[in-house]
Every structure is written in structure tokens, then in C-alpha cells.
Design a protein around this ligand. Structure first.
Ligand SMILES: [Zn+2]
Length: 293
């Protein structure tokens, strides 16, 4: 029995509610419901890859799993805010679900042709609300979106301080050394000056050569950044917004030249540089990955 469009839209409302729930949990905003022909919803689910760490817990899989063992699959309609991927399509085919309602297939085209080939009824609502769910994900968490559709994504990350002389330069060096395979890393200063030779020395001591770095202006940063980190309070206050940055994070570190003020030799000054260098390393190693989704 076919279902009418108003019922399909009502079921989609419930699937969108699930997608929003997933988004509010920090996850991917894709939702799904399973319903009987009379509109009774028997199970709801949403993508939980981020929340559970389970890469195959897509919205449809979550929903089908929650539906449990049953013998009425052939009377159910599977509803999903996004065109189902091959895995979810295969699972729906396995249980001979006869009807699929899809929110949209503009941002991602799954394996809908498999349904058509096996005589499953496919209804695509082309609902702008569902398109916006994915556009928001693409805008705000592009790395997560890329992971979701099986593509790699290089995050664009910049460190900003007042002079782009010391802290932001060390942070750039660490980020490239530790996460260079998945990040493009930049640094810049509000009032660029010159690369601090003791910062270069401190990094050289741990095998990272930043001697070719230069002190750069904000205008030298790429037009679009996923995250811009201000590493001194001067930069945090001087640039409340960074154009083109999706996300702005303030991570203050002590200023080695300031700490070393009054020391008489380079060797006396170096412990300050080493301490901040190691603090930046710890942050880049442990905290930065948490921001990259
Ligand atoms: Zn899927």
C-alpha cells in the first residue's frame, strides 16, 4: 500500500527531530524512523558515529537495530533524512522493507538505484530542511562530513599571536610535525616583526626546524580556515573575529621573551623557551585533535 505525501512529510518530521537530537549531542545530523503504513512509528534512530565511536552506526542502522527482531518488515516504511548509503540500503533490502522515504539526495546520493532495481518504492521529498541539516554540517564540521562520506579532508589551521615571532611559530612547527599528514598549518601576527632566534633554537633542540619560517600578517592567511587559535591575550583582544575562520579558539601561553627579560645570556633565557615549547607541544598533541571534527 502506497503512503500519501502528507504522511511521508509527517514521518520526515520525526526523522528530522532525530537528526537534530544527534546534532545537539555533537554528532552527525542524520535521522531515521521506521513506521507502519498507518503512520505508527515503531523505531527511531540517529547517526551515532561520533557519540559511540561506532563507524557503522548510521541513522538507519540505529533505527533498524532498535526495531529489534520482528516479522513485519514487509509492512514497514524506512524514512531517512538523507539518501541511504550502500550499507543501510543493503540492510533495508535484506529485511525486504518495501518502501523508503528520503529527505534529500542533493548533498549525498546513496545507493537508491538498488532499491529501484529490486522494486522497492522510493519517495524523495527533496525537503529543504534536510538539505540545510547537511549544509550546516558541511559549514561547521567539514572534517566530519568528509569522514562521513568516506573522503579525506585536510583541516586548515592557523595560530595567531601579536608578533608571529615566537609562540605562534613554535605552535605552527609542532602542529605540522605532529599532525602534518592531515592538517595545513599557518601562523600570523597582528603586528608581525621577526622570527625569534631563541624560538628557532628551542625547536631545533627537539628536531624541528622552523628557521625558514617568517613573521607574517593576518592578510597572509588563507581565505578560509577551520580553526584560528590565538595563543596570546594580545591577539585575542586585538582581533575579536578572524575573517574566514569557522571557529576561533583562545589558548593562552606564557610569553618566553617576557619571562626571559633581564636574563644575561641565551643559556639563561632558554629554560623559559623550552618550558613554553613543551607546553605548546602538549596542547597541540592532546587538545588540538579534539577540535578537529
Ligand atoms: Zn548508511
Amino acid at each position: 500500500m502506497a503512503i500519501d505525501r502528507s504522511l511521508a512529510v509527517r514521518l520526515m518530521n520525526a526523522a528530522i527531530e532525530q537528526a537534530e537530537k544527534g546534532w545537539s549531542e555533537g554528532g552527525i545530523p542524520i535521522g531515521s524512523v521506521l513506521a507502519r503504513a498507518d503512520g505508527t512509528i515503531v523505531a527511531r534512530g540517529h547517526n551515532q558515529r561520533v557519540q559511540s565511536g561506532d563507524p557503522i552506526l548510521h541513522a538507519e542502522m540505529d533505527c533498524i537495530r532498535k526495531a529489534g527482531r520482528r516479522n513485519d518488515w514487509s509492512e514497514l516504511t524506512l524514512v531517512s533524512t538523507l539518501s541511504p548509503c550502500p550499507m543501510c540500503t543493503g540492510t533495508a533490502l535484506l529485511y525486504k522493507v518495501p518502501r523508503i522515504v528520503i529527505g534529500e539526495n542533493r548533498t549525498f546520493m546513496g545507493a537508491e538505484h538498488w532499491f529501484a532495481e529490486t522494486g522497492v518504492e522510493v519517495i524523495v521529498l527533496d525537503d529543504p530542511r534536510c538539505v540545510e541539516l547537511m549544509h550546516r554540517l558541511q559549514r561547521e564540521k567539514p572534517g566530519l562530513w568528509a569522514e562521513d562520506i568516506g573522503e579525506s579532508y585536510r583541516h586548515q589551521v592557523a595560530f595567531v599571536c601579536t608578533a608571529n615571532s615566537c609562540r605562534s611559530q613554535m605552535a605552527e612547527g609542532w602542529a605540522r610535525a605532529i599532525h602534518g599528514e592531515r592538517l595545513d598549518v599557518f601562523s600570523a601576527g597582528i603586528r608581525p616583526s621577526t622570527l625569534n632566534p631563541l624560538a628557532v633554537r628551542a625547536m631545533a633542540e627537539v628536531g624541528i626546524d622552523i628557521s625558514a619560517h617568517a613573521s607574517k600578517t593576518l592578510a597572509d592567511l588563507p581565505g578560509k580556515l577551520d580553526i584560528a587559535m590565538t595563543v596570546c591575550s594580545g591577539a585575542d583582544q586585538a582581533c575579536p573575529t578572524l575573517p574566514g575562520a569557522v571557529r576561533r579558539v583562545h589558548v593562552p601561553f606564557d610569553d618566553p621573551p617576557h619571562l626571559a627579560h633581564g636574563t644575561r645570556t641565551e643559556d639563561e633565557a632558554m629554560p623559559h623557551y623550552r618550558r613554553v615549547r613543551d607546553e605548546i607541544r602538549a596542547w597541540v598533541e592532546r587538545e588540538l585533535p579534539k577540535l578537529l571534527q
